[in-house]
Design a protein around this ligand. Structure first.
Ligand code: ADP
Ligand code: ZN
Length: 228
């Protein structure tokens, strides 16, 4: 465990939490890391920037849910009812999506992006760790004030074709409305509109902050907080 944390985290460079890019991680047993932070704090960007860490796989909960919706499965249709309004998807559905993903993963280090996201998902989280024989190594928390989160989400654009993320202020595309990578059309996520953003931030305060408090109370040495 010590080896994983030494390799992965450099507390002096907050947004570079995951520091072992390109290296192969040596882990004694299968490990897991939880990544939490408000919408707009850059969880997914952080995860993708570190995709080259050998042996680490991220489970992007929000994207798995959206993938299920895109595939138009019965499960996807159930999920859509919640994501459309910025509400959390119930644990039973989350369990099916994440279990299916864990089933197909063989890596030794799993990073959970945005899970567990509510107090009621904590039981499910530990159940999944047990089922797949994963230890908990760290809980990373990105912090961000609400006005900045609202501002960032309103300016966020995503490529409809390849999913690359942009921000009209901090990371604009070279040509307006067009993806630098694939020339796909840049769109605003359906849940990045003002009304839904407000709901998602409220849900973060009421549902996810208690999860962070839980980890701080019970796993304090594993919790790493950094401003995003
Ligand atoms: P963000 O974190 O910016 O809100 P995500 O892409 O992570 O965006 O999630 C999009 C939506 O998917 C959320 O608004 C919520 O409805 C749903 N969702 C994501 N993760 C979870 C989770 N762990 N539990 C329940 N619902 C979730
Ligand atoms: Zn693209």
């Amino acid at each position: 465990m010590a080896r994983v944390t030494e390799k992965l985290f450099r507390p002096d460079t907050p947004l570079n939490f995951l520091a072992a890019s390109g290296e192969t991680l040596e882990v004694a047993s299968r490990q897991s890391v939880v990544l939490l932070g408000p919408p707009g704090s850059g969880k997914t960007s952080l995860v993708r920037a570190q995709a080259e860490i050998n042996g680490l796989t991220a489970i992007e909960t929000g994207n798995l849910l959206k993938q299920e919706i895109r595939h138009g499965t019965p499960l996807g249709r159930q999920i859509k009812v919640y994501t459309d309004v910025g509400a959390l998807v119930p644990p039973a559905l989350i369990s099916r999506v994440i279990s299916a993903e864990l089933e197909s993963l063989r890596d030794d280090l799993i990073l959970f992006d945005g899970f567990p996201r509510s107090f009621e998902q904590i039981g499910l989280f530990f159940q999944l760790l047990k089922n797949w024989q994963l230890d908990l190594s760290a809980v990373l928390v990105l912090t961000l004030d609400l006005p900045t989160a609202i501002e960032r989400l309103g300016k966020r654009r995503v490529c409809a074709r390849c999913g690359t993320l942009y921000n009209l202020n901090s990371k604009p595309p070279q040509r307006a409305g067009e993806c630098d990578q694939c020339e796909g059309k840049l769109i605003q996520r359906k849940d990045d509109t003002a009304a839904v953003i407000t709901e998602r931030l409220k849900s973060y305060e009421s549902e996810t902050v208690p999860v962070i408090e839980y980890f701080q109370a019970n796993f304090k040495p594993l919790v790493w907080e950094a401003p995003s």
